[in-house]
Design a protein around this ligand. Structure first.
Ligand code: CFN
Ligand code: HCA
Length: 534
């Protein structure tokens, strides 16, 4: 069934008038005849609506800082907040020295009522002393949760005193959960401070190794960045740092020597990409290592950037070998998947990134969206250049990026850089809307009511999203694939990852489980009041 304005009107008619007016702006039916379709994004969720979004603390500590393995990440707040950023995201990491990998620990000041009444600064300072005594890390982060901002604990002062006492870096992040409208505000806070206090502080003046790059916005969920790194290193690149999957404080300090920054997740890390370009002149390239074609295009664009004949040759060799290996297996899974439809609703980039991989399996994405992305993630950056005016930055102190004297010479001449910009989309990003097909739905901050109604109307064969709606969806008889945590599976990136994804999705379709579930619409009327068989 195609969705038209009438159907949408019926769906929205269940809302009070004000809510209806609001939600309508967060949804579009793709129509390529329109030059530009605007979608409202990055605004407050209506109170009372069940959203999948997280908070600023989740975005700062859970997403950007959390994967940095050689730092100790202290959560100043109640224990529950710490627990929910304790590797539930499946950001994997390995260290040569396992004693320097602190990710499996959960550090929280475990604030109690008395700390709320009398203040928690002393408890935090004591915790830092204990952490130093037991683990002696090179650097510590402190993340604020909601109550910290409410009672006014001064994290900056505690961090400064601890730095003087212990002689290490102690970075404090005022990422109280209530800041901004979603986890997106937390990404921005983390980006600013990492740029201000870590990146560029290393000793390296120049990279050791050829074709030095950083991989930005890749968090090694289920091992994704290991797959990407292996591929890139085989081709001949030197990976200086990954931000921040399996990443480390020590690597990050030298990230400024890279000659190209790859941006996998634009939403969470575009701020650092921009700041690196402003401060060091390093351009960034949007990549997508999810899906076979996405991986091929990303590798080719990188090779064009460096323009080295050997690198280009090796790139093509690796592509040919990998494609030949996976094609026959992909074909098998395609037989099971062909002709099916998907909903793809994930945080701030995967709602878009996985559509190509679905298409390669013959699965069409009929509804997609982001929990918290901004308009440029939907509509593209070249159309919306004023991204710095985003609402979620309102509460964030405008951290200035220290302008030191050090400048790194670009390896490509300004003329070559201009030419490259015409050849490949450097420092640019085409949003989700470009790739969706006409008649399909793009929806921002989808909520549980809309999830259920759209499922009844469109009856997708698979719903890709997260833990918060997975089981509701499965009880409706539809396989749900978690694209946040990969359901304990992965890696899904690169060529071999595509095969793993195909296997998992095909398994989801083929399991006999669905024969034992009666979807609710088989017995209950849908919105129009008719019973539909589907
Ligand atoms: S790993 Fe990333 S890819 S960082 Fe971001 S926008 Fe979250 S934690 Mo969940 S899976 Fe998701 Fe993206 Fe970037 Fe992950 S789509 S919501 S904040 N996200
Ligand atoms: C977060 C983390 C999360 C949640 C996943 C989910 C993740 O939003 O704070 O809702 O399934 O990827 O772990 O996005």
């Amino acid at each position: 069934m195609a969705i038209d304005e009438k159907k949408l009107e019926e769906l929205f008619s269940q809302y009070p008038a004000k809510v209806k007016r609001n939600r309508k702006k967060h949804l579009i039916i793709k129509d390529s005849a329109e030059a530009r379709q605007e979608i409202e994004a990055n605004t407050r969720t209506i109170p009372g609506i069940i959203t999948n979004r997280g908070c600023a603390y989740a975005g700062c500590k859970g997403v950007v800082l959390g994967p940095l393995k050689d730092m100790i990440h202290i959560v100043h707040g109640p224990i529950g907040c710490g627990y929910y950023a304790w590797l539930t995201r499946r950001n994997k990491a390995e260290s040569e020295d396992p004693e320097r990998n602190f990710l499996s620990y959960c550090f929280s000041t475990d604030m109690q009522e008395s700390d709320i009444v009398f203040g928690g600064e002393k408890k935090l300072a004591k915790m830092i002393d204990e952490v130093m005594e037991t683990f002696s890390p090179n650097a510590i982060t402190i993340s604020a949760t909601c109550p910290v901002g409410l009672i006014g604990d001064d994290l900056g002062a505690v961090a400064k005193a601890a730095e003087e006492k212990h002689g290490i870096s102690v970075l404090s992040f005022n990422c109280e959960g209530y800041k901004g409208v979603s986890q997106s505000a937390g990404h921005h806070i983390a980006n600013n401070i990492l740029m201000d206090r870590v990146i560029g502080k290393g000793e390296l003046e120049e990279a050791e190794g050829k074709f030095p790059i950083n991989i930005l916005g890749e968090y090694n969920i289920g091992g994704d960045s290991w797959v990407i790194e292996k591929l890139l290193e085989e081709i001949g690149y030197t990976v200086i740092s990954v931000m921040t999957g399996d990443g480390s404080y020590e690597e990050l300090k030298n990230a400024h020597v890279a000659e190209l920054n790859l941006v996998q997740c634009h939403r969470s890390i575009n701020y650092i990409a921009e700041m690196l370009e402003t401060k060091y002149g390093t351009p960034w390239l949007k990549v997508n290592f999810i899906g076979v074609q996405g991986t091929i295009d990303s590798l080719r664009n990188m090779a064009i950037y460096f323009g080295d004949p050997e690198l280009i040759k090796k790139t093509e060799e690796v592509i040919a070998r990998e494609v030949a290996q996976i094609e026959p297996v992909m074909e098998q899974y395609k037989k099971i998947c062909q002709g099916k439809t998907a909903f793809c609703f994930v945080g701030g980039s995967r709602g878009h990134h996985y559509q190509g991989l679905f298409a390669e399996l013959g699965i069409e994405t009929v509804l997609a969206g982001y929990e918290f992305a901004h308009r440029d993630d939907y509509e593209g950056r070249e159309i919306i250049p004023d991204i710095k005016l985003d609402a979620d930055t309102k509460n964030i102190p405008d951290l200035h990026v220290e302008q030191d004297q050090r400048r790194f010479k670009l390896k490509v001449s300004p003329e070559r850089l201009e030419a490259l910009k015409k050849e490949i989309p450097l420092s640019d990003y085409k949003g989700m809307n470009v790739e969706m097909k006409d008649g399909h739905i793009i929806v921002d901050d989808l909520n549980h009511y809309e999830t259920e109604e759209f499922i009844k109307l469109l009856k997708p064969d698979i719903f890709a999203s997260g833990i918060k709606d997975k089981y509701v969806v499965q009880k409706m008889g539809i396989p749900a694939k978690q694209l946040h945590s990969y359901d304990y599976s992965g890696p899904y990136a690169g060529f071999k990852g595509a095969v793993k994804f195909a296997e998992d999705v095909a398994m989801g379709f083929a399991t006999p489980t669905w024969n034992f579930i009666t979807p609710p619409w088989k017995n209950k009327p849908i919105l129009e009041g008719t019973i539909e068989e589907g």
